[in-house]
Design a binder for this molecule. Sequence first.
Ligand code: ADP
Length: 493
Amino acid sequence: MLAIVARNIGRHFRRNCVAYELRDRRFRPVAASESSGERVARPTDNFDLDALRLRVVVRRGTEDLIAVAAEGQVLAIFVLENATMPLSDDDVKYVRVLVGHLALALSSAFAFEQLRRYAAEGAALVDAARTILGVTEVEALVRTLCGLVMRLVFAQYAGVYAHREGTLRLLGSAAAPGVSLAPAELAVDEADAKATLQRAFGMPISANRLLIGAGDGIEARPGLLVVARPQPFERQEQRLIDALVTLAALAIRNVELYERAVLASRALAESNAFKDDLMAMFAHDFRGPLTVISGFSELLLETGDAATRRNAETISEQARRLTKLSEDALALAATQSAGFSLRRTPEDLGDFVAEAIAPLERATGRLAFEAPPSAVVVPFDRSRLRHVVDNVVGNALKYSSGLVRVRVAGDAFEARIEVSDDGIGVPTGEIERIFERAGRATNARSRGIAGSGVGLYIAKKIVDVHGGRLEVRTILDRGSTFVVVLPMEPPAA
Ligand code: ADP
């Protein structure tokens, strides 16, 4: 637009007219070849802007300068060259009207340009945020950030410094080819740091305070984002850099939090594995001494007098409890280890359960067993399923005082072991809890019935890896039925 107006003004006055436009704080000629002269003008700031703003048309040697100003700022200047005489009053009037219109047009063009720039900046910032916030390692983050800053403000250099042991150390940077390396260390004092950078780069720099890792328990460390380029930074660009600094502080903090979380979860996993190992070791090493204790207490039961037998009975019972606990602990450790697998063989579930509950029936005389006449053959891991049956049937005996019914059934798809008692039941709302690790129902606790709460947790895990389900139907104070459901076909590995 300026070029067209310059050509028209040139034609009108039959003189060479060059238009200058304000860009990056300098007046740059607009498409000089378009104006009527051939000569290519150079960028310049050699204009008396105050006089131009005030008078619009200013005579300088053999040139007439015409200013186009909006809101107190000269946006463009037309230079009419080689005048023999100053412009007449009519000419000046004509020029004033012309530039008045032009100023209006230019200021709306500027406003539009400004809006476009804001939109582009916004989009660039969103992109930057996406990129920066996706990086999970500080060094990579800093490199990405520096690259972004360079691209966004056309800089020659960008670097991030962080406070360490009394100085600001370079964390990372990006530089255009041929740009000298930045100092690796800077004084914490901002003025000192700036002076050092100015000497190192020999071009305008923008040094921005960056608070690294503030908040969420991460100690704040001062830092600096340094940007350098040959042209001074405009206010708008500085604003963009400020936004990036805020973003960078956030991103660095995120990375530090992420690193902490990773470290913490690794430490947790290690200590968990260590605990499982320890538990397995203990449980295993308990067995020897427990066998000895049980053996001797049984001997006392047979040979001792009445008082000794009573004591021996207590010792025996507690030894059994400890044995059960150590078995649970061992099974628990096994289910927690990564290689928890099954050795499944197809077998008649009826035979298996009958055999498993026989010792309990001998000890309590409270079990009733039922199985269909034909075999219910299903693949399962004997020793692990034995643990499940012992636990579920043991619980039914423990949490009731009457007859416990154990029933095996099967169809084309599933085999089931149902264990029913008429005991204390589980309060509604606590059913999920009893399958959790160390989860016990309130009524079991309040009645003082001993237990660790890991039995069902392990049993459920074992049934789950079989591809089955452990279900329960229960009514408080009326009784419970626990059902172990196993699929006829083993689940695909
Ligand atoms: P515990 O060692 O406490 O018996 P379990 O994991 O075997 O641990 O069982 C978890 C909880 O489930 C028990 O503490 C008890 O509250 C409840 N529970 C299990 N079986 C029965 C049952 N047959 N009748 C009533 N409550 C039961």
